[in-house]
Ligand binder design. Structure first.
Ligand SMILES: [Cu+2]
Length: 214
């Protein structure tokens, strides 16, 4: 086979590249950006003046990339990362639930100084009890049909963009989660659909963040 001067010149780097690919396959393969999620801090600062902000507040990523949120606050101040289709999905910490009048509430700890708040309901055979709202504190998603799915602590979730509600649960600084609750320290989300997504912290609803996915 005859090779012209030009094709000889072009062939040499290609052969070198092929040899490197065989010897060091990992060196040539481009590492997708999604391998290293972008980090957004929920909170931070120092013990005397903790920050009540997402840092950075706005992030731009590409479709298929991920963000991991953590909480580097040096004091036990929780934050959440909460995406809502609209405001009616905001989950209050304490919520009323209707139970039948015969429902009794007993503490699992004998002699504990606890009692639920019970208020009258509109019906004579039921009452309303106030309890903490799992959807405020725990990692959970609600799809477009209203189905809630609870996620494990420190979840990795892929958002397809149709969800009505995505909550990280309360993110605590490492080692500072209160005993008894889930020790959630981070939340990772992969964005599968282009768009602009705003989110709030449900502990501090004025604390907002923005993710732009192109
Ligand atoms: Cu917060």
């Amino acid at each position: 086979m005859h090779l012209t001067r030009t094709s000889k010149f072009l062939t040499a780097p290609i052969i070198v590249t092929l040899i490197i690919m065989v010897l060091y396959p990992g060196q040539i393969q481009a590492q997708p950006d999604s391998v290293t999620p972008k980090v957004v801090h929920a909170g931070g600062g120092n013990a005397t003046s903790p920050i009540i902000n997402f840092v950075p507040q706005q992030v731009g990523i590409k479709v298929g990339e991920s963000i991991i949120w953590d909480n580097p606050t040096p004091v036990a101040e929780p934050h959440s990362v909460t995406f809502m289709k609209d405001k009616k999905f905001f989950a209050d910490f304490v919520a009323p639930f209707i139970v039948t009048n015969s429902t009794e509430f007993q503490s699992p700890q004998h002699g504990s100084n606890t009692e639920p708040i019970i208020v009258p309901s509109q019906s004579a055979d039921s009452k309303v009890v106030l309890t903490v709202n799992a959807r405020a504190f725990n990692p959970v998603t609600i799809d477009s049909k209203g189905n809630a799915t609870y996620l494990p602590p420190n979840s990795q979730y892929s958002m397809d963009g149709t969800e009505s509600y995505i909550n990280s649960g309360w993110l605590w600084p490492n080692e500072l989660a209160p005993p008894g609750g889930p020790a959630i320290n981070n939340f990772t989300m992969t964005f599968e659909k282009a768009g602009t997504y705003s989110y709030v912290c449900n502990v501090h609803p004025w604390m907002t963040g923005l993710v732009t996915v192109n």
